[in-house]
Design a protein around this ligand. Structure first.
Ligand code: NAP
Ligand code: GDD
Length: 337
């Protein structure tokens, strides 16, 4: 019997939280996994490729820039992927207020370049676009589903709406198997330190290790629908296994405030968040989104996807990972306190 060649997947943003989990998931499924990275990552692997440490020997990395069509074209032509997952983006909403122009340039043009390269070189390749609940922004209904009107409240959100529309247009105009996931917030011990969940769990660990005395936070009343990244990347893959391309909301359906996250995270280390969290008006955003709460019933029905990891388990996993990294045992501290 002749063995089937492995399916080839190309991931942009492979060095990020989601890229690293997705690469592991695809390797587990027998894919040949390729990643697009910035040149600096290849030159400085110790700092920039840490999330990929466990699988470095099993993936192939290609240097390219989201700003350059020529470089993207070259990688797609080299890899000739069967599936392309476009995760690379300036993904920090706060920063998009400071640098609107580079957020729009990288996120909109980068998506357009990758879609165009795939269409020109491997039109049969299945394409995933990393859309976001930030596209709903000032949503006029709760919970939000695939039919909820978009009203983005940051250039980040605007760039994701543009990427979503580009992806839909390539599907409709050129018949590409191009799908968008409208993913609500998802976190993990691999989350970047600038996002509020990781900022809190890393802050808890530093306080528990007596390396810090306070944690400055912005809007504690903001609400998010937080899930676990490890489960959310499986939904991306499922979307590309469907006979027809489509768009799907991926969410837990439950929301919590930043305050609740902080309360639980500190409590897990035997600490009271009110003793350590200091409000910082500079960390409030010029425009906030409304309550983000997703209705993932379409994904449940059509993809058979559903989240299993709940809010408390997520917070605990993140606190424990950050505490361990600093040599503190969160549970021991909780029982001593
Ligand atoms: P992340 O950890 O911030 O990773 C972003 C990735 O994009 C990194 O690999 C980064 O590379 C790469 N990147 C950024 N700017 C680039 C540029 N100009 N050229 C090339 N690569 C660039 O983000 P994530 O949480 O994994 O999210 C993955 C995607 O899903 C993003 O598009 C994000 O906007 C979207 N999303 C995330 C969530 C969430 O809650 N996590 C929810 C909805 C949508 P470097 O390592 O070189 O910086
Ligand atoms: N980052 C941060 N830092 N956020 C804070 C802080 C703080 O000190 N204090 C309060 N917040 C509030 C923010 O105002 C926001 O309402 C909420 O915490 C979550 O902020 P982030 O963790 O930065 O995430 P985000 O919701 O803005 O964006 C993330 O989720 C999107 C999906 O909805 C990112 O992963 C985006 O890339 C993603 O699209």
């Amino acid at each position: 019997m002749i063995a089937m060649p492995a399916r080839r997947a190309l991931i942009s943003g492979i060095t990020g939280q989601d890229g690293s989990y997705l690469a592991e998931w695809l390797l587990g499924k027998g894919y040949e996994v390729h990643g697009v990275v910035r040149r600096v990552a290849i030159e400085d692997p110790e700092h920039r490729l840490t999330r990929l440490d466990p699988i470095r020997g099993q993936i192939k990395l290609h240097a390219a820039s989201l700003e350059s069509y020529a470089s993207i074209h070259q990688v797609v032509a080299q890899v000739m992927p069967d599936e392309c997952y476009h995760l690379a983006a300036q993904s920090f909403v706060s920063y998009s207020f400071d640098d609107e122009f580079s957020t729009l340039n990288a996120n909109i043009n980068g998506t357009h370049y990758l879609l165009a390269a795939v269409k020109n070189i491997v039109p049969g390749c299945r394409f995933y676009f990393a859309g976001s609940s930030e596209m709903f922004g000032k949503a006029d209904e709760v919970p939000q589903n695939e039919r909820t009107r978009f009203h983005p409240r940051s250039t980040y959100g605007i760039s994701k709406v543009a990427g979503f529309d580009l992806t839909r247009n390539y599907r409709e105009a050129y018949g590409m198997h191009a799908s968008s996931g409208i993913l609500f917030n998802h976190e993990s011990p691999r989350r970047g330190f600038e996002f509020v969940t990781r900022k809190i769990t890393a802050g808890v660990a530093r306080i528990a290790a007596d390396k810090s005395k306070e944690l400055r936070l912005g809007n504690l009343d903001a609400k998010r629908d937080w899930g676990h990244a490890r489960e959310y990347v499986q939904a991306m893959w499922l979307m590309l296994q469907q006979a027809e391309p489509d768009d799907y909301v991926i969410a837990t359906g439950a929301t919590h405030t930043v305050r609740e996250f902080a309360e639980l995270a500190f409590a897990h280390a035997g600490l009271d968040y009110r003793d350590y969290v200091a409000p910082d008006p500079d960390l409030f955003r010029p425009a906030e989104v409304n309550i983000l709460q997703g209705d993932a019933s379409k994904a449940r029905k059509k993809l058979g996807w559903e989240h299993r990891i709940g809010f408390e388990t997520l917070v605990r996993e993140m606190v424990e990972a950050d505490c361990r990294a600093l040599g503190v045992e969160p549970r021991a501290r909780a029982s001593a306190g």
